[in-house]
Design a protein around this ligand. Sequence first.
Ligand code: PMP
Ligand code: GLU
Length: 410
Amino acid sequence: MRESISAPFPAIGLSARAEALKPSSTLAVTAKIKTMVAAGVDVIGFGAGEPDFDTPAHIRQAAILAIESGRTRYEPTPGTMEARSAVARYMNRRHGFDVDARNVIISVGGKHALYLAFMALMNDGDELLLPAPYWVTYPAQAQLAGGTVRIIQGRVENGFKITPSELEAAIGPRSRFLVINSPNNPTGTMYSPDELRALAEVVLRHPRLIVFADDIYERLVYGPHPFVSFATIHPELATRTVTFNGLSKSYAMTGWRIGFAVAAPHVIKAMDALQGQMTSNITSFNMPAIVTALEGPQDDVEKMREAFACRGARMYERLCAMPGLACARPEGAFYAFPDISALLGRRDEMGTELRSSSDFATSLLEQARVAVVPGEDFGAPTHIRLSFATSLERINEGLDRMEAWILSLR
Ligand code: PMP
Ligand code: GLU
């Protein structure tokens, strides 16, 4: 009989790249909540950055039909012509961005589209200018691609948005990339068209800068500003911007893993070559669902947007009414990002001092069973992120618990 191998396995050294990588804290919190719920713990999750709605039925049907009609083989690596053309038509129709299928690659989520772009364009030592607070994945991906990160600190008084002079002051000899993510994860705020145009003027004065415009929350806008896609502000910017988007947030399709990038054809070709060596095409039977999502009925998207608007308003009102919290009004995406600094230094009922937003989130989860994401990995160590992608009822219940817990701090 064969002897089974018993742990501990002999240690295999990890690459310096893997050693240095910080795992995604947003995914970690989401996984933790799911484990707790599966174990029967009554936790209210404000952690997950994903819609709580089901994917609209007609989109699900498109994929079911595709699998039943035998769409189960390899497909073209950057996506089928139909799917890429549907994305190009969408960019034309919705954003006035005159592109065609050659400008589009479809990837395993917006996340992998971003990674492909970093890998295709960034050289060792190139600098990414990153307005903070930022989504946790940008610095990790830039680092994987050999780059360095220079943070541009957004100020709470300005809705965390950076100004043209702050951008200008940050640009140095190694600066090559700038991320614009509006509506923003984690802050829920967004740039007005005029604010974006003012930033664009600075970018136009620096011909070496490439902009990564992460438009993933573009359909979830409910504040005073209309959405403008950065690449459409000036013809030159169309050639110097890589635009990222996908179906995850707009169509409640996070698990399907469908994202895309829009850029100059030679950039798309390089990303295609990388994708061909990394993942090949996205899941074959998702291709027709892309066309259905983008070109079929859009009423579900509008219903979800209205629900997020209503939930965001409720969460904002309640957070502002809590002692010690200060919050910017959410205008897009589905996040509120209150400042908790007035509560740091207090002690919870167990006597533990809350020294950081991590301590705050841990105690809130353990004692009140409310999950939030601490701000440290978003570059905002005195904030917490609450996602309102959950029902009004759960929002009320979670905020009741959080308020009672805050009142119990000493
Ligand atoms: N950009 C931002 C700002 C996000 O919050 C997310 C959410 N995960 C993504 C990109 C990528 O989403 P996905 O990979 O699901 O398309
Ligand atoms: N983007 C979402 C979030 O910030 C989903 C998790 C992730 O991919 O980071 O929570």
